[in-house]
Design a protein around this ligand. Sequence first.
Ligand SMILES: NC(=O)c1ccc[n+]([C@@H]2O[C@H](COP(=O)([O-])OP(=O)(O)OC[C@H]3O[C@@H](n4cnc5c(N)ncnc54)[C@H](O)[C@@H]3O)[C@@H](O)[C@H]2O)c1
Ligand SMILES: O=CCCC(=O)O
Length: 326
Amino acid sequence: MEFSFSNDNQKALACGCTVVVKPSEFTPLTALAAADLALQAGIPAGALNVVMGNAPEIGGELMQSTQVRKITFTGSTAVGKKLMAGSANTVKKVSLELGGNAPCIVFDDADIDVAVKGSLAAKFRNSGQTCVCANRILVQEGIYEKFASAFVKAVQSLQVGNGLEESTSQGPLINEAAVEKVEKFVGDATSKGANIMLGGKRHSLGMSFYEPTVVGNVSNDMLLFREEVFGPVAPLIPFKTEEEAIHLANDTNAGLAAYMFTKSIARSWRVSEALEYGLVGVNEGLISTEVAPFGGVKQSGLGREGSKYGMDDYLEIKYVCMGNLG
Ligand SMILES: NC(=O)c1ccc[n+]([C@@H]2O[C@H](COP(=O)([O-])OP(=O)(O)OC[C@H]3O[C@@H](n4cnc5c(N)ncnc54)[C@H](O)[C@@H]3O)[C@@H](O)[C@H]2O)c1
Ligand SMILES: O=CCCC(=O)O
């Protein structure tokens, strides 16, 4: 039996495990709808189970259970660490898909249009609320001004509104706490010398809408650099050399996704190798796909989802030595 906190249960079921899902208290209906579809599709009753309620209580109960052989969790690094510690007593396998702090490096040999389009996609998908969203856009000095003005123009064209309307590309943040976090990070940056190039406040639509925002001259002492903002705020950070970009990109405990824009194949390989990340996009802002191994290094997690490697986390190797049968 696998005790899953995430919705990525296909691999567990395919490997013959039964699954208990504990969805986020903020999005419970998605998991219930998926479970209903699973029943309709013929997954046997009892193979995929959904439990709602108090997260630490449910987590505590199932982490102590010796019937549960594996925990897989998608969420913050702070909660992931608790689950890893809690799983030690019964020596469970753990897969952790945790927080990121993705650098997006724009070198001065990049195609500007490709870099703007890719950075926009990497930053603003789901209004900045994915673990692989670009969190820090590092721009080489020679093209900083040109990139910044083209990027601001592109961000201005994003339509904020009701997600059920065709023209909308930016929805609200998950809740009020998320908006307060964004406000805190932007306030911290401006108090330390960064400049708002676009947005920088709650959206006139109210509720938990925040304006798509670009902040210039961000540096490594600011929260926008150090932590995951998880919202529609793009910090621009100037750099001089490739070495400096790699140093800045790796200056974090996170190591999930990284992006770079360059026309040089040699630089693509060199920098990809130097980046301490599980996923690297070169001239691409959308890199997640079920056919590639997805997961982080450092404190972004353990294990991989997707591809044939994703199955390994749900299997155990057994060695059987047979002799003297004849
Ligand atoms: N690496 C990935 O694949 C991936 C994918 C999506 C999101 N994330 C990360 O998730 C974070 C945002 O998601 P979030 O705000 O929902 O994260 P979160 O850690 O706050 O919550 C995630 C889940 O953990 C549960 N939880 C909280 N405390 C718990 C406890 N003590 N025991 C058991 N369960 C507990 C919550 O109920 C919720 O279902 C970001 O850091 C993002 O980068 C990572
Ligand atoms: O939040 C991370 C999920 C991965 C993705 O959708 O790209």
